[in-house]
Design a protein around this ligand. Structure first.
Ligand SMILES: NC(=O)c1ccc[n+]([C@@H]2O[C@H](COP(=O)([O-])OP(=O)(O)OC[C@H]3O[C@@H](n4cnc5c(N)ncnc54)[C@H](OP(=O)(O)O)[C@@H]3O)[C@@H](O)[C@H]2O)c1
Length: 329
């Protein structure tokens, strides 16, 4: 089969699409005939050898895809051959055939396209666990989402809105501001301004009548993290989701004490591996919200598999909006 194969770690443009042996399903596994795969920021870290979990090389990159079940292991009960599914895994999604544990295989709603399915699981599960499991969000709270038109960001904007929050989106361009507004953001903060440290808090206070953010879903790190922490309201919670901007920030514990605030981490793959039943319940809720048109992945561009490096270039140059998908059919 054709696949994006990591032989040596490096940037996407150093990695090739090549022939690779198709995987075979084990007893509890599902083999998927892949139609589309989701492009995610963490794939870049995996290809570069900078991700926290790295398989032995050579391996097929990619964390999620959607397609049709081609075969199942003998103990599989969650799906059957012919079902339209979205699946996710630690690696292996960027090939014509992919294997997933049955726990990580979800039959898609009929209305969901393969491109949407390939771009749904990782970002909406991340947003849901960040808001509900980690931050314990309550309706009426103010939720600030940074990197708000990225994959996780836009999912968090839509989901926080659907769950009854006042949503504030932090973005770097007017075009991204418009996208965030159309996805449900009530207020927009501009992260391209000088002196972000004070300016983000000032903009937020102006937008929220002086309140600040009860919750921050933080994807960017660096100066955006530092400024967001200062913008938390009394008893607020900041969830660390990622460091797309590069710098991993540090926090002084006395600041948390004085402001009565919390900083929490989220690693979604831990829930995937340790709490599959919880994840299946959440996926059911997310599918319901999709059915009600309250969440919907914005797949802003698709690329044939051979052009995958262009998709990742759009991510690293901050040109990507919402989600990008690779098409394999
Ligand atoms: N913890 C978890 O379980 C988990 C799960 C999924 C993803 N993540 C992490 O969450 C972060 C976001 O992932 P994603 O898939 O949503 O990424 P994405 O779609 O590329 O979005 C990232 C956003 O961050 C902002 N950004 C600021 N500086 C950037 C830079 N130098 N390069 C790229 N983007 C930059 C951009 O918005 P502006 O231009 O508006 O600033 C962009 O929209 C990543 O760090 C990823 O590794 C973590």
């Amino acid at each position: 089969m054709k696949a994006i194969v990591v032989r040596e770690f490096g940037p996407p443009e150093s990695i090739e699409v090549e022939e690779f042996p198709a995987p075979q399903p084990g007893e509890h596994q599902v083999l998927v005939d892949v139609h589309a795969a989701g492009v995610n920021f963490p794939d870049i870290l995996v290809m570069a050898g900078k991700y926290q979990v790295l398989p032995p090389r050579p391996f097929v990159a990619g964390k999620e895809c959607a397609g049709i079940v081609a075969a199942v292991g003998k103990s599989v009960t969650t799906c059957k051959p012919g079902d339209r599914v979205l699946v996710w895994m630690e690696h292996g999604a960027f090939g014509e055939r992919a294997i997933a544990a049955q726990d990580n295989c979800f039959v898609m709603p009929e209305a969901m396209s393969f491109e949407e399915g390939a771009c749904f699981g990782l970002v909406y599960q991340t947003a849901h666990f960040a808001l509900v499991e980690r931050a314990r969000m309550r309706p009426g709270e103010v939720v600030l989402v940074t990197g708000a038109t990225g994959g996780v960001g836009l999912a968090a904007v839509q989901l926080a809105k659907a769950l009854g929050a006042t949503v504030v989106a932090a973005v770097s361009t007017p075009e991204k501001a418009e996208i965030a507004r159309r996805s449900g953001a009530d207020h927009i903060l501009d992260t391209s301004v000088p002196n972000l440290r004070d300016a983000l808090r000032d903009q937020l206070r102006q937008a929220t009548g002086g309140r600040g953010a009860d919750i921050v879903i933080e994807q960017v790190g660096g100066d955006v993290f530092d400024a967001s922490l200062r913008a938390l309201a009394w008893s607020g919670r900041l969830v660390v989701v990622g460091f797309a901007g590069g710098r991993i920030p540090e926090v002084k514990a006395n600041y948390l004490l004085v402001k009565n605030i919390g900083v929490l981490g989220l690693q979604i793959s831990d829930y995937r591996d340790h709490h599959p039943a919880q994840m299946r319940r959440v996926m059911g809720e997310l599918f319901d919200l999709y059915g009600q048109d309250k969440v919907k992945p914005l797949v802003s561009a698709t690329y044939p598999l051979r052009d995958f490096a262009a998709a990742f270039a759009a991510i690293t140059t901050r040109k990507a909006i919402g989600k990008l998908a690779l098409t394999l059919k």
